[in-house]
Design a protein around this ligand. Sequence first.
Ligand code: KIV
Ligand code: ZN
Length: 411
Amino acid sequence: MNNPKQSHGAHGTADTATDHVRIFDTSLRDGEQAPGFSMNRHAKLRMAHALEALGVDVLEAGFPQASPDDLAAVTEIAGALRETTVCALARCQDGDIDSAARALEPARHARIHLFLSTSPLHREHKLRMGKAQVLDTAVRAIERARQYCQEVEFSAEDALRTEPDFLVEVFSAAVEAGASTLNAPDTVGYTTPEEISGLFRHLRQHVVGAERVTFSSHCHDDLGMAVANSLAAVGAGARQVECTINGIGERAGNAALEEVVMALKVRAPYFGVSLGIRTPQLYPASRLLCELTGQAVPRNKAIVGSNAFAHESGIHQHGMLKHRGTYEIMRPQDVGIAATTLVLGKHSGRAALRQRLQALGYTPDDQDLDAMFARFKQMADAVGEVDDDGLRVLAREAHFQPGAQVMGVLA
Ligand code: KIV
Ligand code: ZN
């Protein structure tokens, strides 16, 4: 583990004054704790390697106090990763902090992540603590964690339903106690982009020592706004985003990493921030997570769904064949998908049919293509998607002579 006596922050300075946004992946903690997404330590280790290949800045590997297997998973990951900061979650309790520190011992770059609820609802019903006790508990825990680890992140659970001035008080005390990252989670997915933006501006303006720390967002998707809220937080100065591959996580999930990353990349001039993510590793990481958890993503999932770079309607296919920018705002290769697919179905037109036949080595003239087109539509009505074998059947029926196969123009 790194030397607790060094200065705050992974690089010795806080990121709030820079334009670099750290990506903090919590697929193996917040994601993994959701029903249906549990992974054993072998699966977690495979996923951790994929996340390091992707270039995430921080990887939350688990909650060591939760189970012996989770502690072992964090230790294995801590020993295996070279570049990525490995993080372990802990409640503000001595036993949790000690387990997190033990699990992180082999790490080259380590972080302990402490959390404590700050909202009135949680203080009264979950913690049964007053404000002063919350403040004191947080400070003591941060000080203990700092004895083990240079990097300590403090999360004010349910921050978005906490009185802003109390949040400022807690965060100011957290900085004083030695936290280098302050995370304001929207634990229940309740906030809106405008609201979270206002909160981050308020925090950056009023927290004592704000210039020395990194502010972080952690949004859940209960109202379908996790990604939009994370991006709004970045716009208001957050320089760490906590997110998960495929958006897995508690209830409706966390902000989807691939969506946050590609929004920040595709709209780079708008957001004006930089990232360390190797985006062609997004799709492989998404696929691996599906394989390890047995949970597929919907076809229409942004970035990694099978429809994300597929077009069936004739109008869209025609546009794509003229210029890919007509209906795609990023290249499939940028996210690790081999090529755009023009799916042939009942909505497709002649242009896509001709292009696919050419890719298979057939070069029908207009008259032949017209004759085949009616048969193609019948087949599409019957089977939905006409694949290459179906096209070969149609081509044989129409007595087309195959030539050499050529690469599709969008491949
Ligand atoms: O959603 C949440 O508040 C959390 C914390 C533990 C950061 O996951
Ligand atoms: Zn969470």
